[in-house]
Design a binder for this molecule. Structure first.
Ligand SMILES: *Cc1c(COP(=O)(O)O)cnc(C)c1O
Length: 385
């Protein structure tokens, strides 16, 4: 087997297209020169396009979690009340980061596999008559469960409450519709290694005028994550410290690919791959963690059949068929497996993935109708416009 031709069906890192890989090996340039300014301006406007925003977008060299921390340290001051909406591991992480930096975090937890209920958010904020809650933290797509929150509904639930709406869109932006401006999202964070088809190591934050005003009064100490400083440097086509040059030249290429496909087409491709995965798993008799109405277009969580350990199934898929599936996180470890279907992935890759899952199920002693899932997926591709 060719390890390089592995099917990396994870919800990040995702496969990197060949032309992006080539762009990663371009020679270094002066990051205080005109060539860099052009590069930074080009990728920044590309990222704004992907965010569907006119807001300033700041690019940091960091994992997505770094972007979440940047959001916390710039827009939440120690002692601030924060409402952290969580539907899984990444919602918990956002809450935890805010807590570490001294926020008074009030949790609004929903069962894993479910989306956040906007009515509950509305009720909690309506009780906060004095406007003490300074920010609402929410995950757009909860990668640990494969559930997408309804951001416009959550924004609507906030009504006229003055809190900032801060969104972790690390696994959704580029794969699922996210209209930063139209939906009134104050801060949006994403990362490179999911729908942007890049290696890990960049995080992007969009910040609107309301959030910039909050940042100016922020009392957290910060240096690396100082967004105000990044904003000042951006005006002269620079970054405050040495940027991750190879990732930025890679980003220039991945944005070309994204623009070439178009956002609507990319969203439709991801939805098709979601439907293929879900219908195929059902055709094989497997249960899904989430309902169709809230199902993620980026990742699908599937329960392993009874008496089969999810991780054994994943091992068979990887070792025998070169298909890498993600495991469950925390309490879902060894209970579910997750099929990533985002980024540089197309429908036929999902047919191969389903074929591997079918064979791995048989290897684990599960009786299935071989080809039932594949046939379903093929039918969906043929029926798609
Ligand atoms: C992947 C992911 C992150 C974290 O990204 P890292 O680059 O691993 O820090 C945060 N939130 C969500 C929803 C994610 O899917």
């Amino acid at each position: 087997m060719f390890r390089e031709k592995q099917y990396l069906q994870l919800p990040g890192p995702t496969p990197v297209p060949p032309r992006v890989l080539r762009a990663l090996s371009e020679p270094m340039i002066n990051h205080r020169g005109g060539e860099f300014r052009e590069l930074l301006e080009e990728v920044t406007s590309g990222v704004q396009w992907a965010f569907q925003t006119q807001n300033e977008v700041i690019i940091f060299p960091a994992a997505g979690t770094g972007g979440m921390e940047a959001a916390v340290v710039n827009f939440i001051s120690p002692g601030d009340k924060v409402l952290a909406v969580s539907i899984g591991v990444f919602g918990n992480r956002f809450a935890e980061i805010a807590g570490r930096f001294g926020a008074q975090v009030e949790r609004l937890d929903f069962e894993w596999g479910q989306a956040a209920d906007p009515a509950t958010v509305a009720q909690r904020l309506a009780e906060d008559k004095k406007g003490e809650i300074k920010a609402v933290l929410v995950t757009h797509n909860e990668t640990s469960t494969g559930v997408t929150n309804d951001l416009p509904a959550i924004k609507k639930a906030m009504g006229s409450h003055p809190a900032l709406l801060m969104v972790d869109a690390v696994s959704s932006l580029g794969a699922m519709d996210l209209k930063t401006d139209e939906w009134g999202l104050d801060v949006v964070v994403t990362g490179a290694q999911k729908a942007f088809m890049l290696p890990p190591g960049l995080t992007f934050l969009s910040v609107n005028a309301k959030a910039w005003a909050v940042a100016q009064k922020n009392t957290n100490p910060k240096f690396y994550w100082d967004l105000g400083s990044a904003r000042k440097y951006l005006e002269k086509g620079q970054t405050p410290y040495t940027p991750a040059l190879p990732l930025l030249t890679g980003l220039r290429e991945s944005l070309k690919l994204m623009r070439g496909e178009g956002l609507e087409n990319a969203f439709a491709r991801h939805r098709l791959m979601r439907d293929m995965t879900r219908e195929a798993m059902r055709a094989l008799g497997l249960k899904l963690l989430s309902d169709d109405a809230v199902a993620s277009a980026a990742v699908t969580s599937v329960f392993a059949p009874e008496r089969v350990e999810a991780n054994k199934l994943r091992k068979a898929a990887r070792e025998k068929y070169n298909v890498v599936l993600a495991g469950g996180q925390q309490k879902l470890d060894n209970v579910i497996f997750r099929v990533g279907h985002l980024g540089w992935v197309q429908p036929l890759d999902i047919v191969a993935t389903i074929a591997a899952i079918e064979m791995a199920l048989m290897d684990c002693g599960v009786e299935i109708a071989l080809g039932a899932g594949v046939t379903r997926a093929q039918t969906l591709i043929r029926n798609a416009k």
